[in-house]
Design a protein around this ligand. Structure first.
Ligand code: SF4
Length: 297
């Protein structure tokens, strides 16, 4: 029998819930049509497919910035995703005469405001984030004096004057601490402000709390595009869990790989619908039912 631990905190975070509600309201309003979302509304294929069935058009092209993607929308309503956009995207959408609906997460907007304030005070900004991620693009794009730091190798040499260090909201709390320490060594005068959002922090802390609980396998339910989901898997490794399985849904579970496993923990990203995690737990329970019925050893 497998002991199944349902790691607390599941379902959508506030930012994702708000973005989905905003998209649904917009689709059912009398706003100019078509309604096109600039990139994936949230990083979950199931959510995006369901909104697609309700008429939402999703404009996504790997490697293309939001600014470039906007060239492909000439009419109707554009929705900005939970990840936020840079000022140039807003200005371009306005100049094109599009009806704008902003579903940016308030926490992302708060980080952008903080950066703007510090830039106005004359600080160089070191923004710790993921290259190619829309939230990082929204925060750093087109601004002089903002540096996107993914690893310590990206740290610029010989900055002078005030320096402000902050980050993408969905980074790993462990990576961020380590990078802050490394940056402090080179730039002791820098001011630091962690902007990891609460939804990301509590999910990661819940995984770190699993250390020492003899968990054989951590199952992380979420979309591979979702940064906060991917970070949960990474934190699981840091917590010393031997096997990490990342799945989008119950159908991807490799039950054979779980044979002989005693204790499994299940968690999910902030953009994963709660029902997908519940279905994973249900499927694990069927494994236990089969074992109880003597089909499995
Ligand atoms: S993970 Fe955090 S920053 Fe991202 S949408 Fe959710 S609450 Fe907002």
């Amino acid at each position: 029998m497998i002991e199944i631990l349902d790691v607390p905190v599941q379902g959508f975070c506030k930012g994702v819930s708000k973005a989905i509600e905003t998209a649904q309201k917009t689709l059912h309003s009398d706003c100019p049509k078509p309604v096109t979302v600039l990139g994936s509304l949230v990083h979950n294929a199931y959510v995006n497919q369901s909104l697609g069935k309700q008429g939402l058009q999703v404009l996504e092209a790997k490697g293309k910035s939001r600014l470039k993607l906007l060239d492909e929308i000439d009419a109707g309503t554009v929705i900005f995703t939970a990840h936020g956009v840079c000022d140039q995207v807003r200005a371009k959408a306005e100049a094109k005469g599009l009806n704008i609906v902003d579903a940016s997460c308030p926490f992302v907007l708060a980080t952008q405001k903080l950066i703007n304030r510090k830039r106005a005070d004359g600080a160089s900004i070191l923004y710790i984030g993921k290259k190619g991620h829309p939230e990082a693009e929204g925060a750093v794009y087109g601004h002089e004096g903002i540096y996107l730091i993914e690893t310590i190798d990206d740290l610029p040499e010989n900055l002078t004057g005030p320096i402000f260090v902050t980050n993408q909201t969905t980074m790993s709390i462990l990576d961020l601490e380590a990078l802050f320490d490394q940056i402090k060594e080179r730039y002791p005068q820098a001011e630091f402000c962690s902007e990891i959002c609460n939804a990301t922090r509590v999910r990661q802390k819940a995984i770190l709390d699993l250390a020492g609980q003899n968990i054989d396998c951590l199952i992380v339910v979420g979309d591979p595009q979702s940064n906060n989901t991917n970070r949960l898997a990474q934190i699981g490794q840091a917590a010393g869990i031997q096997t990490i399985m990342q799945v989008e849904s119950a159908s991807q579970l490799d039950l054979d790989a779980l044979k002989g496993t005693h204790k499994v923990a299940v968690t999910s990203g902030a953009s994963t619908p709660a029902y997908l995690k519940d279905q994973v737990i249900e499927r694990l329970n069927t494994l236990n039912d089969q074992a109880a019925a003597g089909f499995l050893s």
